[in-house]
Design a protein around this ligand. Structure first.
Ligand SMILES: Nc1ncnc2c1ncn2[C@@H]1O[C@H](COP(=O)(O)OP(=O)(O)OP(=O)(O)O)[C@@H](O)[C@H]1O
Ligand SMILES: [Mg+2]
Length: 212
């Protein structure tokens, strides 16, 4: 589904991605780990077409994330490490998401409820004024409601309380077998039951890739 071939991304003369090779197969459930600054977020942002590689190649179901950005983003649900400072109210945001991605507002509300977030109480509030955990829950709800074949989460549970974290993992455990997930996480013990593959990055390289 996703192929990363000899990918190099440089920032200020440092290879933040240093010849990364990686194939993500359909149904893979991956925990991507590694110390701060290892290049995990950079790898994910390159897969999403937010960064141009300096050399090498990435394909998402055969599509180049830069040349076919729209196609690639259609296939992936992504939750960023830091929620974007969206000024839209929740009403406007849901409308925007449903128009631009074809996700049903009802599905988002349903997923939010499953994450214990009552959207109806906050419809007039701008997204950026939600609490950190509420933002995360709403982003998770939107990502799950999109019913993508590929889910990419960059430390999605950082702002969640323990109960919300458990809910989130429960929802993930109910995903269809064929969905591929890539989680960046520092809490491997929490996702252990959900993954079939552990990838460890350090200094821009994949240093360990273990199937469980
Ligand atoms: N837009 C950018 N401009 C310059 N340097 C960048 C940029 N994005 C990332 N870097 C650098 O690339 C390196 C890897 O950053 P990245 O965010 O990919 O790490 P990470 O593995 O996700 O770390 P963390 O666990 O802290 O989230 C860091 O040294 C960072 O400073
Ligand atoms: Mg990161």
């Amino acid at each position: 589904m996703i192929e990363v071939k000899d990918a190099v991304k440089r920032f200020l003369d440092t290879n933040v991605l240093d010849h990364v090779d990686l194939v993500i197969e359909r149904g893979d459930k991956i925990a991507l780990m590694g110390p701060n600054g290892a290049g995990k977020t950079t790898l994910v942002r390159s897969i999403l077409g937010f960064y141009h590689l300096d050399s090498g190649k990435i394909e998402v179901e055969g599509y180049d994330p830069i040349k076919n950005r729209v196609k690639v983003l259609e296939k992936i649900s992504f939750i960023p490490q830091t929620p974007p400072p969206i000024k839209l109210s929740l009403t406007e945001l849901l409308e925007y998401v449903s128009k631009s991605t074809g996700t049903k507002e009802e599905d988002i509300k349903e997923e939010a409820k499953r994450m214990d977030l009552d959207i109806s109480k906050n419809l007039a509030k701008p997204f950026f004024k939600l609490s950190g955990g509420m933002k995360q829950k709403l982003l998770i709800a939107i990502a799950l409601a999109k019913r993508s074949d590929i889910l990419i989460f960059d430390e999605p549970t950082a702002n969640l309380d323990p109960k919300a974290r458990e809910k989130f993992y429960h929802l993930l455990s109910e995903l269809p077998q064929e969905v591929s997930t890539l989680f960046i996480t520092h809490r491997i013990e929490e996702v252990e039951g959900l993954i079939n593959r552990k990838i460890y990055m350090d200094l821009g390289k994949v240093v360990e890739d273990e199937r469980l």
